[in-house]
Design a binder for this molecule. Sequence first.
Ligand SMILES: Nc1ncnc2c1ncn2[C@@H]1O[C@H](COP(=O)(O)OP(=O)(O)OP(=O)(O)O)[C@@H](O)[C@H]1O
Ligand SMILES: [Mg+2]
Length: 260
Amino acid sequence: MENKNVLAVSNLSVSYKKKVHVLNNISFEIERGEILGLVGESGCGKSTLAKAILGMIKHESGEIRYNALSQGKGICPQMVFQDPYGSLNPVKKVGWILEEPLKLKGGFTKTQRRGRVSRMLDKVGLDSVFADRYPSQLSGGQRQRVALAGALMLEPELLIADEPVSALDVTIQAQIIELLLKLHKDMNLSVLFISHDLRVVYQICDRVMIMRKGEIVETGNVQDIYFTPKHEYTRTLLDAAGIERTIEACQEKAPLLRLE
Ligand SMILES: Nc1ncnc2c1ncn2[C@@H]1O[C@H](COP(=O)(O)OP(=O)(O)OP(=O)(O)O)[C@@H](O)[C@H]1O
Ligand SMILES: [Mg+2]
C-alpha cells in the first residue's frame, strides 16, 4: 500500500495566524502515476493545501507523507503556479533559472548542467536559444513552459499544478495542457491538478477531489463524480459550470481540447 501512493495526507489542519481553520482535517492519497484534480470555489483552501504539501507553510496537525521511489532523484514535489510572471526571477535568464535547482542540489559539472537545461527546454517544446532570454522576453505560454521545465529539472515524482493555465488564452491553455499530459507520460509523473475549469479536469484527471471551505466533500473517479455526485455541493458546482450530468454530455469531449 505504501508504494501505491506517491503522497499520503492524513488529518491535515492548517490555520493562518491561529484563527479559524483554512484546512480542516483533510485526508487523501495521490496514487502513483495518476492525475488527481482538486476543485472548489475561490478561497476554499486549494492553494493553501498545495503550499502545505510543499512545506511552504506549516501545518498545525496531521501528517504529509511523500513516498518517492527513487531517493536520489527529485526529492521534493514541485509546483507550477498560476502566474508565470511572478514565479520566474525577472533579472535572470531562462538558462540560469533552469540551472539553479541543479546547482543547489550539487554534483553536476557545468557541462552536465547545460546539457540538462537544453534537453529540458527541448522537452517543453522550446528551442535552446530561449536559454539566453529573460522572462520578460517571453509570451505567457512560453513562460509557463519555462516554469514547467524548472519544476521538472530535478525529476520530481509529483508535480503540483496550481491553476497552471488560468492566466492564458484558451488556445495557449490547450497547448500547455497537452504539454502537461506529455510530460506526465514521458516522466512518469503524478500530478495534483488544481483548477477552476471542470471540463479540463474531466478530460485530463483520473480522479477528482471536491473541496469546500477547507474540507474535502467527496473524492472519486471523475466519471462517478460527474455523473453521480453524492454531495449537494458537487451538484451545485457542476451546475454552475453548466455541465450536464448525462453520460452523453460528459463523453462528448469539450471543444477546448482535442485529445487523442
Ligand atoms: N497568507 C495568508 N494569510 C491569511 N489568510 C490567508 C493567507 N493566504 C490565504 N488566506 C486565506 O485562506 C483561505 C484559503 O485561501 P487559498 O488561497 O488557499 O484559496 P484557493 O482555494 O486557492 O482560492 P483561489 O481559487 O481563489 O485560488 C482564504 O480565505 C484566504 O483569504
Ligand atoms: Mg488558489
